[in-house]
Design a protein around this ligand. Structure first.
Ligand SMILES: [Fe+2]
Length: 377
């Protein structure tokens, strides 16, 4: 009970040398299991001011409390961010997620064999490896020392369901020790030293702020149309080496190979989403799922290669090493992030005996993200 009486405190996550990362906060003394309205108000304002919030020593947090924290950001939200779309065996997300039986909005992700967890028995978790998704993977002999951004993304179904407002990620088991060198391998020679199995974040607000005035105008006035059933559609396609979108080799599934398409469920979203607290603008585009660009004048760019080139040109400056926050996971860390204001990526390659267990939760939002013209209180 003494914990509950210590007031919560907020501080910035210290940035490493040479970093230009301007987001991320730590909240100490949070009692998430028994949160008051005042506690939540502070957590919410901290989240929307800092985009990524770290709570330490949350080992005892139940899946239910994790769900309740996540749900409180959007009380009208009904279910998991991807709904039931992950049941589709051909979805590229299918192998990565297992559901907590008594809390179906919470997913188990990780690596290695776990005999029992939250009612699941003999679970075999597989950390997504870039080899399965990138066109030019790192060679076998370099694989344990060097790594890639696996896939920069927003957590979102991008068909039928609205992108979740926030995601929570809880580290239950974390293998210790190693670091890896992340290579961009995109001709820039850029590299980043990262902890094993980091989750990398970049700010969509910074992505907007560092654009030219002309590009700012372009992203403020253009909208992205996402592919129908995007994670099945892209299942044959391969990623760029920087994890920021796909190569255009005609490997996407054709309409006849996809489940039936309901045109009304196709998502056309602003390129720029407004922060509901600060009013800042973030470039928020899921680069792998883009299909068309709708311009302000009504014209539609539907050449897939051109669409991808435009999106990559807009996004690439903001994933440069100095703008990446690579979280160094410790057991008991709970990270809450603004899924409508940051992009994130899985990173790293584990050995089979390196056991990692995380819990992830997000909810398909009850409303579309705020566009650039939205008025915030
Ligand atoms: Fe994610």
């Amino acid at each position: 009970m003494t914990v509950a009486s210590t007031p919560m405190s907020v501080s910035r996550i210290p940035a490493p040398p040479h970093s230009s990362v301007d987001f991320g906060a730590i909240i100490e003394n949070a009692n998430i299991e028994n949160m008051t309205d005042e506690d939540f108000a502070l957590i919410r304002s901290t989240l929307y001011e800092h985009q990524v919030v770290l709570f330490k020593n949350q080992q005892g947090l139940t899946p239910k409390a994790q769900y309740e924290l996540t749900h409180r950001f959007d009380p009208a939200a009904q279910g998991y961010g991807h709904g039931k779309t992950l049941d589709a065996k051909r979805s590229i997300l299918h192998p990565d997620l297992k559901t907590v039986p008594h809390q179906p909005e919470v997913q188990i992700i990780g690596n290695g064999f776990v005999p029992e967890y939250e009612g699941l028995k003999n679970i075999k978790l597989v950390h997504p490896h870039h080899r399965k998704f990138h066109k030019h993977p790192i060679s076998e002999e370099d694989d344990l020392d060097y790594t890639r951004f696996y896939r920069w993304h927003i957590d979102a179904a991008l068909y039928d369901l609205n992108p979740p407002k926030v995601t929570t990620l809880m580290a239950v088991s974390v293998p210790k020790g190693r670091r890896q060198t992340l290579r961009y391998d995109d001709g820039t020679g850029e590299e980043l030293d990262v902890p094993l199995g980091t989750t990398a974040f970049v700010s969509g607000y910074n992505m907007y702020d560092i654009l030219s005035e002309e590009d700012k105008e372009f992203v403020r006035t253009s909208r992205i149309e996402y592919a129908a059933h995007p994670y099945i559609w892209m299942s044959g396609a391969k990623s760029r080496s920087d994890g920021l979108g796909l190569f255009s080799d005609g490997l996407e599934l054709s309409e006849s190979e996809l489940p039936p398409i309901d045109e009304s469920k196709i998502q056309i979203l602003p390129m720029v989403w407004k922060n509901p607290v600060t009013g800042q603008l973030a470039v928020q585009i899921h680069p792998s799922a883009v299909r068309k660009i709708h311009l302000a004048n009504g014209q539609v760019i539907d050449d897939l290669k051109e669409v991808r080139e435009i999106v990559h040109r807009i996004q690439r400056p903001a994933i440069a090493p100095q703008f990446v926050y690579a979280h160094d996971w410790e057991e008991g860390d709970l990270v809450l992030f603004n899924n409508q204001g940051v992009l994130h990526s899985v990173v790293g390659a584990f050995r089979e005996d390196e056991v990692r267990l995380f819990r992830q939760c997000n909810m398909a939002a009850s409303e579309a993200p705020l566009g650039p013209e939205a008025v915030v209180a």
